[in-house]
Design a protein around this ligand. Structure first.
Ligand code: OOG
Ligand code: MG
Length: 255
């Protein structure tokens, strides 16, 4: 386990300094429990620096993402307040190693949600839903990793952008969406890509969070996962997601 602390420090330093690290378990020999323990220890360092936990991100909840990264298990990571980028603002590229962006849908909870819940129970805990963008930025060289490695690296999470919150009492099971870079549509998809219905991603988030002893809290955000493959982003670009009925979310990267 002392190794776990060392890996946690390595990954946390890489995230803070926007540097890349070599893979330490390319064959994926570490157990998933160990991988999540590394993740927990690296996020604990952030919390000790004064960061605040604000929610959970789900990963590989769509076939498109699984296929792009060559992995097939749903994974999750921890969101902290410093990862949130205010919608419509411009950010520095220097905070990233080799960032990619993907279109997601976000939930914000009005009540805690714990353990094995049904879709309707999960929905009853949702305050609002919003179109969102996730910036993923693997700390591993060339964005290459095994399943335990990406879990240890907080599921590549780096930033997230959330559009205007909307009433969740619409049918959001199959909303069309586009990912746009500099006004060009670069990916087309649907919220149905997320396990057939994005609520299933929230149900999974409730289960894995409770299993980790950190049940979903009122006020927390849950990012449901990329609905399309991710796209590389570069300085000077304007990135947005447009989602049917829910509107859009965007950010820019400074030149
Ligand atoms: C891992 C993170 C996956 C998603 O939405 O599926 C993820 C990665 O692709 O680097 O965030
Ligand atoms: Mg994602």
């Amino acid at each position: 386990m002392s190794n776990a602390i060392e890996y946690a420090m390595l990954l946390d330093d890489a995230a803070v300094n926007a540097t890349e690290v070599p893979q330490f378990d390319p064959e994926g020999r570490l157990s998933l429990d160990t991988a999540y323990a590394i993740q927990a220890a690296s996020i604990q360092r952030r919390i000790e620096r004064g960061q605040r936990r604000v929610g959970v991100k789900m990963g590989f909840t769509s076939r498109a993402k699984m296929a792009q990264m060559g992995l097939s298990d749903v994974i999750w990571g921890r969101l902290t307040a410093d990862m949130q980028i205010e919608e419509g603002t411009a950010i520095d590229f220097s905070r990233f190693v080799h960032p990619r962006v993907e279109p997601e849908i976000a939930f914000i909870l009005k009540r805690s949600l714990e353990g094995d819940v049904t879709g309707p129970q999960a929905l009853a805990a949702v305050e609002a839903i919003a179109p969102a963008l996730e910036i993923i930025d693997s700390r591993y060289r060339d964005f290459k990793f095994s399943l335990p490695e990406v879990i240890a690296d907080n599921a590549s999470s780096s930033g997230f952008v959330i559009g205007a919150w909307c009433d969740p009492h619409i049918d959001f099971s199959n909303l069309g969406l586009t990912l746009n870079i500099d006004g060009r549509v670069v990916q087309v998809g649907s919220t149905a890509a997320l396990l057939g219905h994005p609520l299933r991603s929230l149900v999974a988030a409730a289960r894995v969070s409770a299993q980790a002893g950190e049940p979903l809290q009122a006020g927390w955000i849950v990012m449901a996962g990329g609905a399309t493959p991710a796209e590389w982003i570069r300085p000077g670009q304007h990135v947005s997601v447009d989602m049917e009925h829910l509107g859009s979310a965007s950010f820019e990267i400074k030149k």
